[in-house]
Design a protein. Structure first.
Length: 92
C-alpha cells in the first residue's frame, strides 16, 4: 500500500496575501490529492454528511477515505467518482 500524508496547516490569526507561504512537503499525484481532499471533506461540518450519504449510496465504507490505498486502481476510481458526485459544479 502506498502511504499518504495529508497535513493541515494551523489557521492563521490574520490573513495577509502578501505573506502567504507554501511549504512543499513532497511529490504528490492526482490520486493522493483527491484522497487528501475527500479526507478533509469527511471531517467537515459543511460537507461531511453529504459525503457520507454518497458513500452509502455507492456502497463504500468511510475507510475508502480514512485509510486510502493509493495502489488500488478501483479505489482511486471510486474516490474520483465520489469527488465528481459531491463537489463538481454543474452548469445550469
Amino acid at each position: 500500500m502506498n502511504e499518504m500524508k495529508c497535513e493541515q496547516a494551523a489557521a492563521p490569526t490574520e490573513f495577509d496575501p502578501m505573506l502567504t507561504v507554501v511549504q512543499v512537503l513532497g511529490v504528490s499525484n492526482e490520486d493522493e490529492m483527491v484522497a487528501c481532499f475527500l479526507s478533509g471533506e469527511l471531517s467537515s461540518q459543511r460537507f461531511g454528511q453529504n459525503l457520507r450519504s454518497h458513500l452509502a449510496v455507492a456502497g463504500q465504507a468511510e475507510q475508502l477515505l480514512t485509510h486510502p490505498d493509493l495502489s488500488d486502481a478501483g479505489a482511486n476510481f471510486a474516490r474520483r467518482a465520489l469527488l465528481g458526485a459531491t463537489r463538481v459544479r454543474r452548469e445550469p
